[in-house]
Design a protein around this ligand. Structure first.
Ligand code: SAT
Ligand code: MN
Length: 634
């Protein structure tokens, strides 16, 4: 932004005035001053600065030096704590305000011109009304602060999948997280200078007033405004806000899909890799599945699992008629509690360098971090996530918040895929839907075809978790795990899925899984974690037509003998139980799906037909009794 490059007036005026007021508390080296030669960018930054009135504006280039200066600044101001640099090099610790610990779905809005465009599952307000309300809140909110300008790319810059954003924020924590989670700097700037459109992301922590907290999407303007929060999902605007809500809207208009899915590759002993996408709601084990370590038996045979992504997949139909996926992120924002050497050694290894830990407990003996189930040794001389002295042997309360997180660079991950930075992505063989269901859902079943797969995703339910504010453990419908992340009317979203199915000539197969089925005592029956590979391998065998399946009222199921249990202490009867379907429970499930669907006046007819088929298969009388045959449609 140097004055002699002849940029837009508004931007320059704003910038000059701000420079005059510049406060020299932080000194950034001259070479870190960037330019973004794009008039729309300049004008927008000028307008936002005019409204929020920061003392100074700093452009983020993503360089190591600049990141280091910001870390030092955060330590000096007390915003972050530098952790033990021998044990955890370049790792930092951060606490949010105690009431700002998760995504806030009630305060997240989709502001399209009409309410109908946002649909019945999203919070909606008229965009002009919301802009007016928020402009008042943003007025002067950065006075005395620095506004950071973060040009970033979701996806590898230059890939046909990539989308560019610029986030303006007054939070150093946000800058440092964005530098891990997205590709910040030169690549994005180059595309902006070539005239790329960009998502206008504005964030201010303001005064963290929870009554004025808003995370607002204006999909028609390609803009996101967030205020009064400093928690990840509400403020790292490249993530859920851009890469899911705004991207799902773009995808519908441009013919691709943005999904809440992990992407993993399974390499067989012959060295062939097949890729799977899987959608699970937040905090249901996506990171663990994405970084799965094969059980020893399989490792010895030569099986390997490679991580492409743990949270978000962007999907396009390739020239070959297959579905191709990229992970638009560059890091992992994973749930810390429960991550350990047994559950996910790869994730743990990923957090050992360059990681920001948020709301975990701190070990005061060695200035490292701790969380529930990290190890068997409870932390004795610690500080809990609220900063209070904490002794895990004595305290009844948790040391780490259940939604405490690590923000870790993907490049640290021991099993990161060689395709992680691929411009074209990876071809997808199977799409998996799943959630936490204690009883209803069997371990695994397969859809009959694409439309049935879409129905499977659209009718998904899961128990709520600590990833969002509100009650935990309540079963709710969460289609494709996108209920909190779909940026437009969910009925249109289902329609878009069905339309994509018409374009894919070599489609993946669809499966539904449930790792969380419990016995009479409430204990999980299936061991989960690495053992889940056994179920994934059955799926791949199905994709390659190597194994048959059994017809059931809800889809194809494995013959229990076809899931390899070698080396596992699971009796064949237990496997039968895991795969069993209770028809009475399923009749209730079908009624629940019908009620959920009834809120969409223009539900695609294909989904209504799939529901009718399910009801027929469950022998529920349907409107036309002549159709209620006892034959199972599979
Ligand atoms: O807080 S995030 O939305 O980024 C993580 C999640 O809830 O999946
Ligand atoms: Mn997620």
């Amino acid at each position: 932004m140097c004055p002699d490059t002849g940029k837009a007036e508004a931007g320059h005026r704003g910038r000059k005035r701000l420079n005059a007021e510049e406060n020299e508390r932080v000194h950034f080296k001259e070479e870190n001053k960037m330019t973004i030669n794009n008039q729309a960018v300049e004008t927008w930054i000028g307008e936002m600065a005019e409204m929020t009135r920061p003392d100074r504006i700093v452009y983020i280039d993503g360089s190591k030096e600049q990141i280091e200066e910001l870390r030092e600044l955060a330590v000096r101001t007390g915003e972050m704590i530098r952790l033990n640099q021998e044990l955890l090099p370049d790792c930092y610790y951060y606490r949010t305000s105690p009431k700002d610990v998760a995504r806030d779905e009630k305060r997240t809005l989709i502001c399209t011109k009409t309410r109908e465009e946002a649909g019945p599952t999203n919070n909606w307000t008229d965009p002009q009304e919301m802009y007016a309300k928020m402009k008042k809140l943003y007025q002067g909110c950065m006075k005395g602060r620095t506004m950071y300008v973060i040009p970033f790319s979701m996806g590898v810059p230059g890939s046909p999948f990539a989308k560019i954003g610029i986030e303006l924020t007054d939070s150093v924590y946000v800058v440092l997280n964005m530098c891990i989670m997205t590709r910040v700097g030169a690549g994005a700037v180059r595309l902006l200078e070539e005239g790329a459109d960009f998502t206008r992301c504005l964030h201010s922590k303001a005064d963290l007033n929870e009554n004025e907290k808003y995370i607002v999407h204006f999909p028609e303007d390609n803009a996101i405004w967030s205020i009064n929060s400093a928690y990840g999902g509400n403020v790292l605007l490249g993530k859920k806000c851009l890469a899911l809500r705004i991207a799902s809207f773009m995808g519908r208009n441009e013919g691709w899909m943005a999904e809440h899915m992990l992407i993993l590759g399974i390499e067989n002993p012959q060295g062939e890799v097949k890729y799977i996408c899987a959608a699970f709601p937040s905090a249901c084990g996506k990171t663990n599945l994405a970084m799965l370590i094969p059980p020893e038996l399989y490792r010895k045979q030569g099986y390997k699992v490679w991580t492409v992504g743990d949270d978000i997949a962007w999907l396009r139909v390739g020239e070959d008629g297959r579905l191709w996926a990229v992970n638009p992120e560059n890091g992992f924002f994973g749930v810390a509690p429960g991550t350990n050497d047994r559950s996910n050694p790869n994730a743990l290894a990923t957090t050992k360098r360059g990681t920001i830990f948020t709301n975990v407990a701190r070990n005061l003996d060695n200035n490292t971090v701790w969380w529930e189930r990290l190890d068997k040794e409870p932390l004795v001389n610690g500080e809990d996530w609220l900063g209070r002295p904490w002794n895990g042997r004595e305290s009844e309360e948790k040391g780490a918040h259940p939604n405490s997180r690590f923000t870790a660079p993907a490049e640290n991950c021991p099993c990161v895929s060689s395709e992680f930075n691929s411009l074209t992505g990876v071809p997808i063989s199977a799409i998996v839907f799943g959630g936490r269901r204690a009883k209803t859902e069997p371990l695994v079943y397969e859809a009959r075809n694409w439309n049935h797969g879409v129905f499977m995703g659209a009718s998904m339910s899961s128990e709520t978790t600590a990833a969002a504010n509100g009650a935990v453990g309540v079963v709710r419908h969460d289609p494709m795990a996108m209920l909190p992340f779909c940026g437009y009317n969910m009925a249109d979203y289902f329609r878009h899925w069905l339309e994509m199915g018409r374009q894919v000539t070599d489609p993946p197969k669809f499966f539904h899984v449930n790792w969380f089925r419990t016995d009479e005592e409430g204990a999980f029956i299936w061991p989960g974690f690495g053992e889940n590979l056994r179920v994934l391998l059955w799926m791949l065998d199905r994709c390659e037509h190597k194994v048959s399946a059994v017809k059931s009222p809800i889809g194809f199921q494995p013959d229990p003998r076809d899931i390899d249990l070698t080396g596992l202490d699971i009796a064949p009867e237990t496997m039968k139980k895991l795969l069993s379907i209770n028809l009475d429970i399923w009749k209730d499930e079908a009624a629940g799906i019908e009620t959920f669907f009834s809120q969409f006046p223009d539900l695609p007819k294909e989904l209504a037909e799939e529901l009718t088929t399910l009801k027929k298969n469950l022998l529920i009388p349907t409107a036309n009794p002549r159709n209620a045959s006892s034959s199972i449609a599979v």
